[in-house]
Design a protein around this ligand. Structure first.
Ligand SMILES: N[C@@H](CCC(=O)N[C@@H](CS)C(=O)NCC(=O)O)C(=O)O
Length: 227
């Protein structure tokens, strides 16, 4: 059985959605990043980068959500693009746009808006601007077509992982400027597979508060400032 090292946050959620959509059996291994599980040597042996998600498939270890999506897409053979160079060009371009643009800029926008100490105006402005710029490109595409590619697939699931947290990233009124992203989010949220993913956090004991100990585990760079 596949083991998914999981915390209920955007990058792990995309992978869980793929597993649910394809009815691939898997078990959750709670990796509570607020408690520091990502730094445990046993987890580092699976993901040297110390972040969730990671996947273990027998003797095979895969880390990074996008690598896992590609691994599963090839293994399971569902929700992949047509086997043409043109379809693959679109697939890789938009998948990497989510991996290297949406994910990191949203992550940093959340960090600076909600967790960083003052002064932070420069960083908040930069990451809010870039997070918006990336989401508006997705909005432009989804305003013209139902899905990111020709048919619902891995790129939409990757978008979904982050679209769930848009109000936290961009503000409570963000949907006014992103109606097509909201349409896709609502469509996926209505699926039993997405509801099963949302239920994972209630079926396992994840720490909910971000206290001083969580901050140490999540933002180890802060320790350097104390010296
Ligand atoms: N590029 C990585 C990013 C993984 C990542 O940042 N995961 C977050 C959750 S969405 C995490 O584990 N954060 C805990 C930490 O940074 O210590 C991926 O797509 O898997």
């Amino acid at each position: 059985m596949l083991k998914l090292y999981y915390h209920p946050s955007p990058n792990p959620a995309k992978v869980a959605l793929y597993l649910e959509e394809t009815k691939t059996p898997y078990e959750i291994v709670v990796t509570d990043t607020r408690k520091g599980d990502q730094h445990a040597p046993e987890f580092r042996a699976i993901n040297p980068n110390g972040k969730t998600p990671a996947l273990v498939d027998g003797d095979i270890k895969v880390f990074d959500s996008t690598a896992i999506m590609l691994y599963l897409g090839e293994k399971v053979g569902q929700f992949m693009p047509a086997k043409t160079p043109a379809a693959h060009a679109d697939f890789y371009s938009w998948l990497m746009f989510v991996a290297t643009g949406i994910g990191p800029y949203c992550g940093q926008a959340v960090h600076f808006k909600h967790f960083a100490p003052e002064p932070k105006e420069y960083a908040v402005n930069r990451y809010d601007f870039e997070a918006w710029r990336h989401w508006l490109l997705i909005e432009e595409r989804l305003a013209k077509q139902p899905y990111m590619l020709d048919a619902y697939g891995i790129v939409d699931m990757s978008v979904w992982g982050w679209a769930r947290v848009i109000p936290f990233v961009l503000g409570a009124d963000a949907w006014e400027r992103l109606p097509s992203v909201k349409r896709l989010l609502d469509e996926i949220n209505a699926k039993p597979s997405a509801q099963a993913v949302e239920a994972i956090k209630t079926m396992h004991a994840f720490k909910t508060e971000v206290d001083e100990d969580s901050r140490k585990n999540l933002f180890p760079s802060n320790e350097r400032l104390k010296k």
